[in-house]
Design a protein around this ligand. Structure first.
Ligand SMILES: [Zn+2]
Ligand SMILES: [Zn+2]
Length: 410
């Protein structure tokens, strides 16, 4: 954004001791009469440039003129995420435009004024104190709360700058794949595994400050957490606020850094993680363990650990929703007369009555021996799929008996 034209002073000449504000231009303005003329030309150029490029903030955010504040915010979040410069494929120019539009349209007063003048030039030209050249190029600090949410959702570290960033800085999210047995899937289990990750420093408990030492205000940014750089151009002064490289936005630095973690507040190490797998989980499900990812650098929040679940297939069982299906074979005579078969359920062996006259392919139900219902109480059933085996090789005696059955119409 352009800096306020307060730098265009119409001070009487000569002014040898005055510090030139628009040095590029002023260098050429050696003679007294030339100075006011140059100022006029510069001012005209500024107004002309702005007037010739009217900005439609509604179009920038892709919202209707009657859009509600909520719609404006939603549109801004979506676009800001899309073009965020920290993101791969981000577009800083576009991001600034979106931010500028949002700064105006999200503020009731500014939006009203903008609506009143109908376009950015009216708004900016006639209200220099409000829009034209006030403050920094884009104020990421104001967006802290908005970006914390977006960052979390999409896994990039938030867009807030300065001290806002120190607060929202988060450790890296991690992910692992955990394989569970069919029974663990069905009934739930507590699994433990070792994970090498960044942990909070055991010496300084994450503060980065050496024992006995304390924090002091950063001299580079004087505790503000950000440094402002000025760029002068013929159109005025541009200001860009960036995170202080010395204290990384925190405003404070340790007098003496912790020797173990070199002031970072974290160290790499193996950690035993215990995770409670709920019964009824599915292959491909992902669990999020909040705060079990990498520890953040001092002052930040730990990342999360995403556990992707794989269920190891078991030849004995198939899953059908919350039911477990297994197969059992009976002989021709057992099917006709009825029998009892031993069925292996996930709870162990269970005797199952096979009624007489069962047909091949029929299923018998053993209630409550199935898979635990996720986020609900109770369990599914165990289903036994019956196959009737027709004898392929028969003895002479069996043949005689079968011949007799045949005579009986069986
Ligand atoms: Zn330490
Ligand atoms: Zn600093």
């Amino acid at each position: 954004m352009l800096q306020s034209p307060v730098s265009l002073r119409s001070t009487p000449c000569p002014l040898p001791s005055a510090t030139p504000r628009i040095s590029d231009v002023e260098a050429t303005a050696q003679r007294c009469w030339a100075r006011p003329l140059v100022y006029c030309v510069v001012l005209y150029s500024i107004l002309y440039t702005i007037a010739s490029v009217p900005k439609d903030y509604y179009a920038t955010l892709g919202v209707d003129k009657n859009a509600s504040p909520e719609e404006v915010k939603t549109a801004f979040r979506r676009l800001a995420h899309q073009h965020h410069p920290d993101k791969k494929g981000g577009d800083e120019g576009k991001f600034k435009e979106i931010n500028e539009a949002y700064q105006v349209l999200s503020d009731t007063d500014k939006r009203k004024r903008y609506d009143q003048y109908g376009s950015a030039d009216g708004f900016q030209g006639f209200h220099p104190g409000q829009g034209f050249g006030q403050g920094v190029e884009f104020d990421m600090g104001d967006l802290g709360s908005v970006f914390e949410g977006v960052g979390e959702m999409f896994g990039f570290g938030g867009g807030a700058r300065g001290q806002q960033q120190a607060r929202s800085r988060k450790g890296q999210d991690l992910e692992i794949t955990l394989t569970v047995s069919f029974q663990e899937m069905a009934l739930g289990a507590t699994k433990e595994f070792e994970l090498k990750k960044m942990n909070s420093c055991s010496e300084c408990t994450g503060s980065g400050v050496a024992k006995g030492s304390s924090l002091e205000t950063c001299t580079t940014c004087k505790g503000r957490g950000q440094v402002v750089t000025n760029r002068r151009t013929i159109f005025g002064q541009f200001q860009t606020a960036t995170v202080c490289p010395e204290c990384r936005g925190e405003g404070k630095i340790p007098k003496q850094k912790c020797a173990r973690c070199r002031g970072e507040g974290r160290e790499l190490g193996a950690r035993t993680i215990s995770v409670k797998i709920p019964g009824g989980i599915s292959d491909g499900d992902t669990m999020r363990l909040t705060g079990e990812g990498d520890a953040a650098e001092k002052g930040g929040r730990a990342g999360d650990l995403y556990v992707h679940i794989r269920v190891k297939p078991d030849a004995r069982w198939e899953r059908e929703g919350n039911d477990v299906v297994s197969a059992a074979a009976v002989t021709f005579s057992q099917a006709a007369l009825g029998t009892t078969v031993s069925v292996e359920t996930i709870d162990g062996a269970v005797d199952c009555e096979v009624p007489q006259g069962i047909q091949s392919g029929q299923r018998l139900k053993i209630r409550g021996k199935g898979i635990a219902k996720l986020n609900a109480s109770g369990r599914g059933d165990h289903l036994v799929a019956i196959t009737v085996n027709t004898p392929k090789h028969i003895s002479r005696k069996a043949r005689e008996l079968l011949e007799k059955l045949k005579e009986e119409g069986i």
